[in-house]
Design a protein around this ligand. Structure first.
Ligand code: ACO
Length: 342
């Protein structure tokens, strides 16, 4: 019998990319009945970056991935697996294989994970399983979304919140394990609180006609993003502190041992309320929502990349990360950052 050994996961490197087009609150206020004051007071958002018409989510993901590969001193052919977390794919059959091709990552298997704003954390946890069991050595995890293409730009209650972007991390098999604890949760009974629904054909009174039905079915679309903001807010501030506390309980760590709290960047008030419930001071909370808005699956890896690149995150720091959003889903992971060669 072959002996079974568990391996450690190490975050080797990160990368990120956002589009160049910047829409600030003042600009939005010229086309919508809103104001910089309303948006920034209620959400903390001042501007968001929006993808250009000739740009795709694959372009953004490619830039983020190449930065992570470069920093990790890896070639695309060193990758064994690509996990592409997005809810706004370039192709409903998946974006991961297109990214694999554009990177030239010819040795990597690749597939998508759809889990909205929890997607990056869930993909990180999935990647950790493949590393722990020794199946793969180098896994690229992408969190990318372009919700600007899915929101109704005349709906001031939703469009002001979102921006586009991509973040990447490379998880590598090592002896030492950086991932201390994790959990994933789902409550499908509340999925209607935040969704982009399939648009069913409108019923007509005409006689059923098989050709017409096929024509109708072949041109399906999706509704715009809809959200019950108050319910999503309540969900986030109640579930996320509990989930992080659960993760802490499986280790010997306490909330005071957390060096950085990195939450999905949905709303500054959510970040403050969750931090307050965990009794974590705001100077330990990573936030860049002011510049990007809610970039869904991209928000956590973009913030992680920025915090690491600017020297905020240091060796041995404990980072509590939580994603939450449509599904409803929420997922937490505790990481002890290591920058030294093991
Ligand atoms: N500008 C000006 N006024 C506005 C705007 C706007 N952009 N949007 C709404 N209003 C008005 C409303 O019409 C309402 O007016 P009324 O009182 O005359 O009816 C008033 O402002 C208050 O609206 P509320 O919806 O009650 O505002 P609230 O304080 O709840 O803030 C917000 C709304 C910011 C959306 C908040 O509920 C929130 O952040 N919720 C969480 C959302 C979230 O995090 N979603 C992402 C999840 S991640 C994912 O999976 C994609």
């Amino acid at each position: 019998m072959i002996p079974f050994t568990m391996h450690g996961s190490h975050i080797l490197s990160t990368g990120s990319a956002v589009p160049e087009i910047c829409i600030n609150n003042d600009l939005l206020s010229t086309v919508l009945d809103t104001s910089d004051k309303w948006i920034s007071t209620r959400t903390g958002i001042k501007e968001r970056k929006i993808i250009a018409e000739n740009q795709s989510i694959i372009d953004l993901a490619n830039i983020a991935a190449n930065k992570a590969l470069h920093k990790g001193l890896l070639q695309p052919t060193d990758l064994d697996l690509i996990l592409f977390s997005t809810s706004t794919p370039h192709d409903l059959f998946g974006s991961a294989s297109k990214l694999q091709y554009s990177l030239g990552a010819t040795n990597a298997a690749a597939f998508d994970i759809t889990s909205a704003c929890s997607g990056f954390v869930i993909a990180l946890i999935v990647a950790h399983q493949f590393i722990q069991t020794g199946i793969y050595n180098n896994i690229l995890i992408i969190g990318a979304d372009t919700l600007s293409q899915w929101v109704d730009w005349s709906d001031r209650t939703t469009c002001i919140l979102f921006g586009d972007g991509a973040g990447a991390a490379i998880l590598q098999k090592k002896q030492q394990n950086d991932i201390l604890a994790f959990e994933i949760n789902t409550d499908g009974s509340e999925s209607q609180q935040l969704s982009i629904n399939y648009k069913y054909p409108t019923k007509t009174n005409s006689k059923p006609n098989i050709n017409k039905q096929f024509i109708a079915k072949s041109s399906q679309q999706y509704e715009y993003l809809t959200m019950n903001g108050k319910e999503v807010y309540k969900f986030a501030v109640s579930k996320v502190p509990y989930s992080i506390t659960n993760c802490l309980h499986t280790t010997s760590l306490k909330a005071k041992d957390i060096t950085w709290l990195l939450l999905h960047q949905a709303n500054q008030r959510i970040l403050e309320t969750v931090a307050n419930k965990l009794q974590i001071p705001m100077d330990k909370v990573l936030s860049n929502i002011e510049f990007y808005g809610n970039t869904s699956a991209a928000s956590i890896p973009i913030a992680l990349d920025e915090a690491f690149s600017t020297g905020h995150i240091c060796n041995q720091d404990v980072i509590a990360i939580a994603g939450f959003g449509a599904g409803l889903t929420w997922a937490s992971i505790l990481i002890q950052w290591s920058t030294i060669e093991q």
